[in-house]
Design a protein around this ligand. Structure first.
Ligand SMILES: Cc1cc2nc3c(=O)[nH]c(=O)nc-3n(C[C@H](O)[C@H](O)[C@H](O)COP(=O)(O)OP(=O)(O)OC[C@H]3O[C@@H](n4cnc5c(N)ncnc54)[C@H](O)[C@@H]3O)c2cc1C
Length: 405
């Protein structure tokens, strides 16, 4: 089979998949409706790069820990190669929501004993010193965390494999179909924009518009970030989070955010959302935003591709039409798949952290190379998991909960 793939979507997901396959000798047709890479959810000025520990070290925590380590290494390699990635390894301070949460944060450290240069708990005084501003409570300190400009990560990934990626910007794919052994990505007039034996859907929640992916429980979550004018070198010079986040000044602008609203398709900035971001900022750094008028702020709106269990969707797409409606309890591996059709999606609010490892995992799944994650995590992100059996079960007196595969 020719090592040739179409990737639809030039955000973090698509650019990472393209770069990882190109590293294995593949050629790529990369298609995006926008005029440049990183114009969708991946177009914010900066987002946060850090892991997400939990007391029970659950699948989300393990996946995110592995992805964080991989992302740091990947970013360091791009930077060392002189590629145009913009990021800052400033450290991330994750302040506790309240005393109970602080207790949980301490318990995580007692149980998991991370190295001090990976994660430690800092009390309120030390947290304030790190932030350069008084804070209400202590929290987790991730010295190796930081911020990343996601569109620059898309560009750097593509620059690394420029020789083998044919980019088709300003091209909207209207439908996809397989003729013989070959996938066709077609425009509204039915003309093929590209053809290849492998097709990767990296077009966020719009993937559902294609018939073979219409069963996926993907949704979009609107997020608005506020841009605060900031003097370079002023405090905080680290990322600080507490039910929201604020970045260091980057080119004279500090990002504070973000709002989160599912199935809200308003693309214009809203003053009320700036006010919400300023309220979050006040919880992070009390008094910091007091003089700022929300009406004076710029910002950006993006739409996160969301999956219901908050885990990404990475792998071969199942043939939903060939699966009995009662949803068998068969092992995932036995579910029928659509030949050559793959998905890298559902990154939600973690695309900056997950995308590099997700691209590597997908490239390994496509090429049959050893996988970079243990089997249970590969199953946890398999897009077919939603077809395996009834996913939502109602327990008496409780709202519907997700059933893990
Ligand atoms: C406000 C906000 C704050 C965030 N903060 C963080 C953070 O702090 N840390 C973190 O890790 N993550 C964060 N994220 C999440 C991260 O940005 C996303 O998970 C990630 O950008 C998703 O990447 P993607 O490639 O899946 O989607 P996108 O970047 O949206 O890319 C999808 C692309 O597909 C294209 N497309 C869609 N349909 C078609 C079609 N039919 N034909 C051609 N092209 C098509 C679109 O034009 C788009 O470019 C944040 C997101 C938002 C919105």
């Amino acid at each position: 089979m020719p090592r040739h793939a179409i990737v639809i979507g030039a955000g973090l997901a698509g650019c990472s998949a393209a770069e990882r396959l190109a590293a294995r000798g593949w050629t790529i047709d990369l298609i995006d409706a926008a005029r440049a890479p990183g114009q969708g959810a991946s177009g914010n000025r900066a987002g946060v790069l850090r892991p997400l520990p939990s007391v029970d070290d659950n699948r989300l925590a393990r996946l995110t820990r592995a992805a964080f380590a991989y992302a740091r290494q990947h970013c360091a390699q791009l930077s060392a190669a002189g590629l145009p990635l913009r990021w800052g390894q400033t450290g991330v301070l994750h302040l506790a929501r309240d005393e109970r949460h602080a207790e949980t944060q301490r318990r995580v450290i007692e149980r998991q004993q991370p190295a001090a240069d990976e994660l430690r708990f800092v009390d309120r005084e030390e947290a304030a010193r790190l932030a350069g501003w008084p804070v209400a409570i202590g929290g987790w300190w991730f010295p190796r965390g930081g911020w990343v400009d996601p569109a620059s990560l898309c560009r750097a990934n593509l620059a690394r494999c420029a020789a083998v990626v044919r980019a088709h910007y300003g091209c909207q794919v209207a439908h996809i179909e397989r003729r013989g052994e070959i996938w066709h990505a077609c425009n509204r007039s039915g003309q093929a924009l590209a053809t290849a034996p492998v097709l990767i859907l990296a077009n966020a929640s719009a993937a559902r518009r294609f018939a073979p992916a219409s069963h996926l429980p993907l949704r979009a979550a609107r997020g608005q970030v506020s841009h605060l004018p900031a003097i370079q070198g002023s405090a905080p010079e680290i990322v600080v989070c507490r039910l929201g986040y604020v970045t260091p000044a980057i080119d004279g602008v500090r990002c504070a955010g973000a709002t989160f609203a599912v199935d809200d398709d308003e693309s214009a900035l809203r003053a009320a959302d700036h006010a919400e971001n300023l309220a979050k900022l006040d919880a992070i750094l009390p008094g910091y935003g007091r003089q700022i008028d929300p009406a004076s702020l710029g910002g950006r709106v993006g739409f996160r591709p969301l999956s219901p269990d908050r885990l990404p969707m990475i792998g071969a797409l199942a043939d939903a039409a060939a699966i009995a409606p009662d949803r068998p309890r068969r092992p995932l591996a036995e579910l029928p798949r659509l030949p050559g059709l793959y998905l890298i999606n559902g990154f939600g609010a973690r695309g900056i952290v997950w995308s590099a490892l997700a691209g590597e995992l997908l490239a390994c799944l496509i090429t049959g190379a050893p996988l970079p994650l243990p089997d249970d995590l590969v199953g946890a992100v398999d897009p077919a998991r939603f077809l395996l059996r009834k996913r939502f079960e109602r327990r008496p007196g409780k709202p519907p909960t997700l059933v893990a595969p």
